[in-house]
Design a binder for this molecule. Structure first.
Ligand code: ACO
Length: 370
């Protein structure tokens, strides 16, 4: 038995949800470029869960359900008020999602019908949780979700209490489409491992949130913004990157396990970042990002991944850096739950083996002799 570090190249499941072939990402066979330009996040979530795009009435029904389920139990909001105000936002989300299970009498029902309903419920509630904590930590009251608006619209409203700009809504909606699913990424894999024990959907999503939190995965978008802030001005970019590379430090937002010739999602976020900076009349962040991109691509041959330009996009939408990874979770929830449903259709416990490399032929030594 020989281990493959990081399971690189190991095919660990069959799936018909998303695919990556020759650097092209598709959801249910539809190219992500097409979806990013034309689909809403709600349509995308429906597609991931059901394997087909919704017709008009199916989409309206989903939108109604998302609106109806968006409020979270008062008890969960009350608990959030007890969390430390400076708590890590992904730790907060992980805890709050886990708590939601306690208030759902159907939490342990693993029928497809029940899990699909819970997937829609979670999709509706996660934005409410993220926005609620963002306000609670500022000493403000959480806002009740609006009815009849998109998830992107509702989230921006619940953060600020103001009607969001339609351009901001469209930008966030597109970012949600781009992050919705990504084959057997680390957090999706952990969701599948958890549900494969026949645990419950809340446990699967809680595992996934914990996995997404790390800076080698979803946490990279926040780390990118930290780097852009440290660089500060365009003229500092080159020295900063050279120093990092000379110290063999990783540049966040670059590289990918699967894409070696570039992440197909990055160009959409770069375009959005350019458009938002033109609208704002301030291209500082975009210019620094492009400079970093040129330096890292030129010197290391590493291309930006989905996280790199999303950092400047979210910042230009007025979103604080530590909400970037929770926004990723809002989007990826659709993919995680689609994979949970798929795993349960034809489930088998996921239990690989380890290559043992430790000591052998040891004997027990009584404690007084150690
Ligand atoms: N900056 C500098 N060097 C890098 C980077 C980077 N961002 N990424 C990879 N490398 C180098 C590694 O140091 C390594 O060099 P070496 O062979 O000289 O030691 C080589 O490229 C291979 O890198 P690995 O880390 O082995 O590649 P792996 O496939 O394990 O990791 C990962 C992929 C985690 C994405 C990696 O590229 C990375 O850490 N990137 C930065 C974090 C990041 O942006 N994560 C988000 C990924 S996308 C997502 O999850 C949504």
């Amino acid at each position: 038995m020989t281990a493959t570090k990081g399971l690189e190249g190991i095919v660990a499941a069959t799936s018909s949800i998303s695919s990556i072939h020759d650097g092209v990402l598709c959801y249910r066979g539809i190219n992500i470029d097409d979806l990013a330009e034309r689909a809403s996040f709600e349509e995308t979530a429906y597609l991931l869960w059901n394997g087909k795009l919704p017709n008009k009435s199916e989409l309206e029904r989903l939108q109604r359900q998302l609106s109806d389920y968006a409020a979270v139990p008062e008890a969960v909001l009350a608990q959030m008020k007890l969390y430390p105000q400076d708590a890590n936002t992904m730790a907060v989300l992980r805890t709050a999602v886990s708590a939601l299970a306690l208030y759902d009498e159907n939490a342990n029902d693993n029928t497809r019908e029940s899990n699909l309903k819970k997937a829609i419920k979670l999709q509706a509630q996660i934005p409410t949780l993220v926005a609620a904590f963002a306000r609670i930590r500022q000493g403000k009251e959480a806002l009740a979700p609006l009815k009849g608006v998109s998830i992107a619209h509702n989230f921006l409203y619940m953060l600020t209490g103001e009607e969001p700009d339609p351009i901001a809504v469209r930008a966030l909606d597109q970012a949600l489409v781009l992050h919705a699913d990504h084959e057997l990424n680390a957090s999706t894999f952990s969701a599948r491992v958890t549900i494969a024990t026949l645990s419950d959907i809340y446990s699967g999503v809680t595992s996934a949130i914990g996995t997404l939190k790390g800076p080698l995965h979803g946490g990279a978008n926040e780390a990118v913004m930290k780097m852009l802030n440290e660089i500060g001005t365009l003229d500092q970019a080159e020295a900063y990157i050279q120093r990092k590379l000379a110290n063999r430090e990783k540049i966040m937002g670059f590289g990918h396990r699967v894409y070696k010739n570039g992440d197909p999602r990055a160009k959409h976020l770069q375009k959005m970042s350019r458009q938002l900076s033109a609208l704002k009349g301030d291209s500082t962040l975009y210019d620094i990002s492009v400079k970093v991109d040129q330096l890292v691509t030129g010197q290391k041959g590493l291309k930006p991944n989905v996280d790199f330009y999303s950092a400047s996009v979210y910042t230009m939408l007025g979103i604080p850096g530590d909400l970037f990874t929770p926004i990723f979770a809002i989007s990826r929830l659709s993919g995680w739950t689609a994979h949970i449903l798929e795993q349960l259709e034809d489930n088998r416990l996921i239990r690989p083996r380890a290559e043992y490399v430790g000591a052998t032929n040891q004997t027990y030594v009584p404690i007084e002799l150690r």
